[in-house]
Ligand binder design. Structure first.
Ligand SMILES: [Zn+2]
Length: 215
C-alpha cells in the first residue's frame, strides 16, 4: 500500500490543522521511509519474487519497521518529540496515531508477513493483494477521502498551494501506477536505493502546505 498511506496523511490535517502536511506524510509513511534504509544496511530483508507478478515482494524480515509493537513505539516517539517541541497534546496524539496507521493499513493488504512483535514470531495480514482490484479500490477510497478532508480543512493562499497540490496528487497517482506496471528492482539493495525518491513527496507536502491556510 502506498497512496492509501498518503491519503491518511492528507486526512489527518482535519484533526491537527497546525501540523504541516510534510510532517504528516513522514508520520504515516515512517515505516516505509525507514525500511529502505534498513535494507541498505542489511538490517531488514526482502526477497524479489519474479515468478509472482501479483505480489513481487516477499517481506522476509522487517520487524523494526513493520511490527505492530515497534509501530506503536515509533508512534510514541513521534508524539513525544512533537509534544516536547510544541507542547500540544492533541497534535502529538494525532501524529502518533498516524505512525501506527501505517501498520493497520498494511495489515489489510499484506499477506501474513507483518509481525506483531519485534522478535518476528507471530505474523498477520489479510492478504487483499491477492485481489488486486479490490485492494486498489480500497486504497483509492482512502486516498480520495483523505484528500477531500484536506481540501475542506485548508484553502490556497498562494498559487503553490493550488496547482502545487494538484501536482502532488498527480505525482502520487503516477507513482502508484508506475509501481504496478514497472519491473521490480532486482535486489533488496536496489529497492533500498530506489525507494528514497519518496522523500520528494514529503518535501512537496511541506511546500504545498505553506501555500495553503486553514479555513
Ligand atoms: Zn509499509
Amino acid at each position: 500500500m502506498v497512496i492509501g498511506h498518503f491519503g491518511v496523511g492528507f486526512g489527518a490535517k482535519k484533526f491537527a490543522p497546525r501540523i504541516s502536511l510534510g510532517t504528516l506524510f513522514i508520520a504515516v509513511q515512517w515505516a516505509d521511509l525507514l525500511w529502505p534504509v534498513l535494507l541498505l544496511f542489511d538490517v531488514e530483508h526482502v526477497e524479489v519474487q519474479k515468478a509472482n507478478p501479483k505480489i513481487p515482494l516477499n517481506f522476509t524480515y522487517y520487524p523494526i519497521t513493520h511490527s505492530l509493537l515497534m509501530g506503536i513505539f515509533w508512534g510514541f516517539c513521534f508524539g513525544l518529540l512533537y509534544w516536547l517541541a510544541k507542547k500540544n497534546v492533541r497534535n502529538a496524539i494525532v501524529l502518533g496515531v498516524c505512525v501506527v496507521s501505517h501498520w493497520v493499513l498494511d495489515l489489510i493488504v499484506h499477506r501474513p508477513d507483518l509481525p506483531l512483535f519485534p522478535d518476528d514470531s507471530d505474523k498477520v495480514g489479510f492478504g487483499l493483494w491477492n485481489y488486486p482490484l479490490l485492494a486498489i479500490l480500497i486504497e483509492a477510497a482512502i486516498f480520495i477521502t483523505g484528500l477531500v478532508l484536506y481540501l475542506k480543512t485548508t484553502r490556497a493562499k498562494k498559487k503553490s498551494g493550488d496547482w502545487g497540490l494538484w501536482l502532488l496528487v498527480v505525482l502520487l497517482v503516477l507513482n502508484q501506477v508506475a509501481g504496478a506496471v514497472s519491473p521490480m528492482p532486482s535486489s533488496g539493495h536496489a529497492i533500498g536505493w530506489a525507494a528514497q525518491y519518496q522523500w520528494i513527496f514529503v518535501l512537496l507536502g511541506y511546500w504545498v502546505d505553506r501555500g495553503r491556510e486553514v479555513r
